[in-house]
Design a protein around this ligand. Structure first.
Ligand code: NAD
Length: 497
């Protein structure tokens, strides 16, 4: 294996949580190992925080809240932009750390995620001043206005697949709106978020941003159920999301949920015309997030191709997938890195093996072999045909580089299949007839749709799901105002109007 330069790790935080502006080792001294999934080597040990650390972090956040919420919104925004600048300055170092812990290829993914995290911080820094209220025309004798006030201490929990981007979203949305934050990164990938917190030292007063590392059932559950947490924002699986929502409901605090997806990717015949077929094929590969091992909530993992253009399009899609190289995420030549851990690798393997046994055919790829002891958790990019839409592989989130392709002829039946899942996060449509595109977008049960590109999240474009994909919207000032502030109405009787 190529020897690659060392990656920089947070200097002082490796066995601590970031609480009240400094590093604190968990009271019971427990740690969690973080592995590099590309090499199956230990990467770091971080603190395994629990209720004691969440208690400390919530208390620090509560102490910091009055001064932080009283600060001018423009000043809060300036500091978020300051963090974006620092992240840009340290971009290569942070991107390497991210690639090492997530297995997401440095070339195509981890550098872009680092730049995306800075863009999110900068966007919310800029729009922080938009926390505006309204006045009501009640006639002479009454003056009524509304304000948007921060909710208090926000508890946020994030997964491992885009930890820096999601960490930046949670930090930005909470802090821009005047809240303070206790953030729990995932056990598999906490390092880039710890490094971001370290970079933020000096920009935010102690206690404004706290990071508690640990496992979901301990630190995560402690945040979701903590009496000092005024709002919960969760990104992760639907299963854990339900538990978090229950805990928040017990205390009657608001909750935002960004959960899984099984997104359809729909192709109309005109998108496969000779002058467009290559761009459409590339867009489909991007939408499936093959470059991220398919480990994306938005992955367009169900491809519905009009039967008339199947033969023209599918070989192009397969050609692009087969040209992608799989390997060490830190290797600058690699397109597809490693699956996060052995458990996920095994789950992907089981989904594909089941589909194969049911009679699916491989347009490319195969059922992955058992994990190779000598290599990382390197997946097999796979496109399957001969699928029945009722099979698990077509309905459940595989969270691996596995796309199922299904031909269609009748639009109404295709839409029915596309919506026949309990998820409703994203959708992708490839087509150039405006009537068809608008009609289909209107029928799709999804919170977020890209047309003619397999695009990603853009700061300012509200993001979130319907059905079991979640509650609430993030990534935009509207989402921040709706989900991270509370509206207060004030009505004044005026004696001498
Ligand atoms: P996960 O639900 O297992 O874990 C996510 C986070 O929740 C982790 O920090 C984990 O420690 C914590 N957690 C787990 N159990 C918990 C509990 N009982 N109480 C509190 N916290 C708990 O999900 P994952 O496997 O890490 O991530 C993959 C999932 O995340 C996929 O379903 C993916 O679609 C989803 N996801 C959604 C979005 C989105 O924006 N909609 C973005 C990225 C990932």
């Amino acid at each position: 294996m190529t020897t690659l330069p060392l990656i920089a790790l947070p200097t002082d935080g490796l066995s601590g949580c970031y609480i009240d502006g400094g590093w604190r080792r968990p009271a019971d001294g427990r740690t969690l190992g973080v592995e590099n999934p590309s090499r199956r080597e230990p990467l770091a040990e971080v603190g395994r925080g629990g209720l004691a650390e969440v208690d400390l972090a919530v208390a620090a956040a509560r102490r910091a809240f009055p001064a932080w919420s009283a600060l001018a919104a423009s000043e809060r925004g300036r500091r978020l932009i300051g963090l974006a600048d620092l992240l840009d300055e340290h971009a290569e170092e942070v991107a390497r750390l991210l690639a090492a812990e997530t297995g997401n290829a440095i070339r195509s993914q981890s550098r872009a995620e680092t730049a995306g995290a800075a863009a999110v911080l900068r966007y919310f820094g800029g729009v922080a001043v938009e926390q505006k209220g309204e006045t009501l025309p009640l006639g002479p004798g009454l003056f009524s206005f509304t304000t948007r006030e921060p909710v208090g201490v926000v508890g946020s929990i994030i997964p491992w697949n885009s930890p820096l981007q999601l960490g930046a979203v949670k930090i930005s949305m909470a802090l821009a709106t005047g809240n303070t934050l206790v953030l729990k990164p995932a056990e598999d990938a906490p390092l880039a978020v710890l490094r971001l917190a370290e970079l933020a030292t000096g920009l935010f007063p102690p206690g404004v941003l706290n990071v508690v590392t640990g496992v979901g059932e301990e630190a995560g559950a402690a945040i979701a159920g903590h009496p000092g947490v005024d709002k919960v924002s969760f990104t992760g699986s639907a299963e854990a999301g339900h538990l978090v929502a229950h805990a928040a409901a017990e205390r009657l605090v608001p909750v935002t949920l960004e959960l899984g997806g099984k997104s359809p990717c729909i192709v109309f015949p005109d998108a496969a015309a000779p002058d467009r077929v290559e761009a459409t094929a590339q867009g489909i590969v991007n939408a499936m997030r093959f470059g991220r091992q398919g480990q994306s909530c938005t992955a367009g993992s169900r491809l519905f191709v009009h039967a008339d253009v199947w033969d023209a399009l599918m070989p192009r899609v397969v050609g692009i997938v087969e040209a992608m190289t799989v390997g060490d995420a830190l290797d600058p030549e690699v397109d597809i890195g490693a699956v996060i851990n052995a458990e996920r690798y095994g789950e992907i393997r089981a989904y594909v093996a089941e589909a194969e046994a049911l009679g699916a055919t491989f347009l490319t790829g195969s059922t992955p072999a058992p994990v190779d002891e000598a290599a990382g958790y390197w997946p097999v990019p796979t496109v399957l045909a001969g699928i029945d839409n009722s099979w698990r592989i077509a309905r459940e989130e595989v969270f691996g580089p596995v796309m199922v392709a299904i031909p269609w002829t009748d639009e109404a039946s295709m839409i029915e299949m596309a919506n026949d899942t309990h998820y409703g996060l994203a959708a992708f449509v490839f087509g150039h007839d405006l009537d068809s595109v608008i009609r289909v977008c209107g029928h799709l049960e999804a919170g977020w749709i890209w047309v003619n590109e397999g695009g990603g999240q853009i700061p300012g474009m509200s993001y979130g799901g319907v059905k079991q994909s979640g509650l609430g919207r993030e990534y935009s000032i509207e989402g921040a105002l709706d989900n991270y502030t509370t509206r207060k109405s004030v009505t004044i009787k005026i004696d001498r109007p």
